[in-house]
Write a protein that binds this ligand. Structure first.
Ligand code: ZN
Length: 215
């Protein structure tokens, strides 16, 4: 039943922008990540639902960190595979991710993360890849941003928290942020943004054209 290599079934990457192409995983990376999620799935503790889920995170430094669902007799305490993996990663000092593979079996369907897990993934950025895979290694590729559109992103809050002594909400800077997002993309905004509270200006490492646009 199992195939020797993963087979993409969902949307293809054709038509991706250059920026998106830069982030794509190689076929080998995809296969390793799905294999890791498959292996983690076998460790699922799910005596109540019998629904095994595995997850595997690929960090930006190339590490793979896995998780599985862990259920509890008090059902509400159950933790999903995705959140198990994220918590493990953070505990190991990892907060930057390139991708996550999530494996479950529900007929021919690709099983996406629940709402709580989508919000957990957004905490660590919108701009990274999600591979929804089946036990026979078919998969559909998507992104965190596509899984949770118009999300409540920590970018809006952390921008304000960087001020000394005063807490500002990022929405104050909505006009500037729209310009930044259009020019630099959310990844640049998330990783290297500084706000000067006195002048209400934003400095960011990005092309000169973007800085000019914001001045
Ligand atoms: Zn979940």
């Amino acid at each position: 039943m199992a195939q020797s290599s993963p087979q993409q079934v969902g949307p293809s990457s054709s038509g991706a922008t250059l920026a998106e192409m830069d982030k794509l995983l190689t076929d080998e990376e995809v296969e390793r990540l799905i294999d890791a999620s498959l292996a983690a799935r076998l460790n699922a503790y799910c005596p109540y639902s019998k629904f095994q889920v595995g997850a595997a995170l690929l960090t930006k430094d190339g590490s793979t960190i896995t998780g599985c669902n862990v259920e509890n007799i008090s059902y509400g305490l159950t933790v999903c595979a995705e959140r198990t993996a994220v918590c493990r990663a953070v505990a190991e000092g990892q907060r930057k991710f390139r991708a996550i593979a999530i494996t479950a079996e529900m007929g021919n369907r690709f099983v996406g993360p629940c709402g709580a897990c989508r919000q957990t993934l957004v905490e660590f950025g919108l701009d990274w890849e999600v591979y929804l895979a089946t036990p026979d290694k078919r998969y559909m590729k998507t992104t965190v941003a596509k899984l949770i559109p118009d999300s409540f992103s920590p970018e809006w809050v952390t921008l304000g928290e960087r001020q000394e002594g005063t807490r500002y909400h990022g929405c104050v800077y909505i006009d500037q942020l729209i310009g930044l997002l259009a020019t630099c993309g959310p990844r640049r905004l998330h990783e290297d943004t500084h706000i000067n509270a006195q002048t209400l200006s934003i400095t960011i490492t990005c092309p000169a054209s973007a800085r000019k646009q914001l001045s």
